[in-house]
Design a protein around this ligand. Sequence first.
Ligand code: UGA
Ligand code: MN
Length: 251
Amino acid sequence: PKIYLITPTHTRPEQKADLTRLSYTLRHVPNIHWIVIEDSPSKTVLVKKFLAGCKLSYTHLNVATPENYKLKESDPNWLKPRGVLQRNAGIDWIQKQPQTKGVVYFADDDNTYDLQVFEEMRFTVKVSVWPVGLVGYLWYESPVIKNGKVSGWYTYWKPNRKFAMDMAGFAVNLRLFKENPSAVFHMKAGRGNLESDLLTQLGVTMDDLEPKASGCTKVLVWHTRTEKSSLKNEDKMLKLYGYNSDKTIEV
Ligand code: UGA
Ligand code: MN
């Protein structure tokens, strides 16, 4: 089965670096289609050019997050969920495809993926699950396995959520989306509840969950976050030397 990878992305100094790294991982994955959705009112030249040269099968979409849903610089980063409308645009694109076979995975652009995670998810019957490294202020978060089935969640934050998983910790058979055409991520579900809310709409039960990665004992994806690059010397450069970085050089 083909893997449909849904990746929201937004303009920032590190965007091209993150997308480059992710695309080099995906080049090693057979039978994958990359759906990249920009959080932007129009498609940017940077992402357009990047995708044109990425040597992957891809679809380029865009939708802007309205201003009132955007995090402000002063907001704590858990206040508002990110990438919601972008992932929904990806789901909408998939809904419009004739394909009924495939696996859907929501892959943020800054995480780190072991190639094995794609093979673990490829034969998902309903929903595959596995641990995620370096997330939730822990070494990892993980489904708790009892007798080969998911019995609960190893997480510090709200372990009583129905499906207490990070976005990177599960993949869904495309058929479930076709059978539940109204299932989308809800802004108001709030950060940390997006995943649980979506799986509930897809009619998933605990019994449906398929533990992967050797019974959820292996970390094959890491919730890495790229450090924000300071560009504070650009202004100082201009003041002291009268010139700074060439804006025609794409970074
Ligand atoms: C955590 C979770 O792992 C994400 O799945 C969840 O969407 C996110 O929290 C959240 O706040 O809702 P985190 O590393 O904190 O992830 O978030 P980011 O990596 O900054 O953003 C998640 C995705 O959304 C990325 O692919 C990013 O490029 C995209 N994004 C981010 C946008 O499309 N627009 C934005 O304004 C910010
Ligand atoms: Mn991230």
